[in-house]
Design a protein around this ligand. Structure first.
Ligand code: JCK
Length: 236
């Protein structure tokens, strides 16, 4: 999978070299490239923002550098042949990014992330590229970030680990795909007693049925406590 990221902070994405995805990158399974939007701003100060039409606080990202940067990526993809890319725009106004979307995007050959800053990107950039390629506005969650970079990083990690061969243990992915919308059970390893806290006896009983039942019970109890919405038990 090829992933292009357009941002005013390309160095931010160097952290991907040291994460889980590092090996997949060097082996060529994942080809992630960050591009500096300012390379496509041609005034002396490499300006990428301007004041909002209609007034209001803050600045908005100008469309021209985005047009030049994204056209460059689209032209290169077209020259290489193969399926065209999908554009992902992290946005507080986007559709919630959840596991089924990660799984869907992991099937694609080429993703492009447009990371905004300030109050976001001129809407015409989304409207224009929506006519040329699939475009997804996605939100990491219901809180406000300073820009799209942290959201893009989380999405790249969630999508990248679902690309076949990227995660070391495919059994973990199979187990995940059979998940039923409950939270996980708590995990324990050695030592048996740590700072006076014991591993639950049932986990050392050797009784696989009892272990499975206990874990299921724990999952339901945890979910009821912190995520009643997942059980349809919330009052939302
Ligand atoms: C992309 C710029 C900063 C901050 C104004 C008025 C709500 C607009 C995101 N889950 C997520 N939270 N935030 C983002 C995100 C934030 C971004 C950009 C993604 C580009 N910013 C910003 C405040 C406002 N708002 C009411 C926000 C933009 C994702 N994904």
């Amino acid at each position: 999978m090829r992933i292009d990221i357009v941002t005013i902070f390309p160095e931010f994405f160097r952290v991907l070299d040291v994460s889980l995805l590092g090996k997949a990158r060097t082996s060529g399974l994942l080809d992630v490239r960050a591009h500096d939007l300012r390379d496509h701003a041609h005034d002396r100060h490499r300006t990428v923002d301007d004041t909002p039409y209609g007034g209001g606080a803050g600045m908005v990202m100008k469309p021209e550098p985005w047009g030049e940067a994204l056209d460059g990526i689209l032209d290169e993809a077209a020259a290489a042949g193969g399926p065209g890319p999908t554009l992902i725009v992290p946005s507080p106004a986007g559709e919630p990014f959840r596991q089924p979307i990660a799984a869907e995007l992991a099937q694609l050959d080429h993703l492009v992330f447009a990371c905004g800053r300030y109050e976001g990107i001129d809407q015409r950039v989304v409207d224009h590229y929506d006519e040329r390629m699939p475009v997804r506005l996605l939100s990491l969650g219901d809180y406000v970030l300073n820009g799209g970079e942290v959201a893009a990083m989380a999405m790249v990690e969630a999508i990248g680990r679902l690309v076949p061969g990227v995660v070391g243990n495919p059994e973990s992915l199979v187990e995940e795909s059979h998940q039923d919308g409950l939270l996980e059970y708590p995990s324990y390893t050695k030592p048996q007693v740590w700072r006076g806290l014991e591993v639950p006896d049932v986990l050392r009983s050797g009784n696989h049925g009892a272990v499975a039942a206990w874990r299921h019970e724990q999952r339901i109890e945890r979910t009821r406590r912190v995520r009643p919405d997942l059980l349809g038990d919330d009052d939302a």
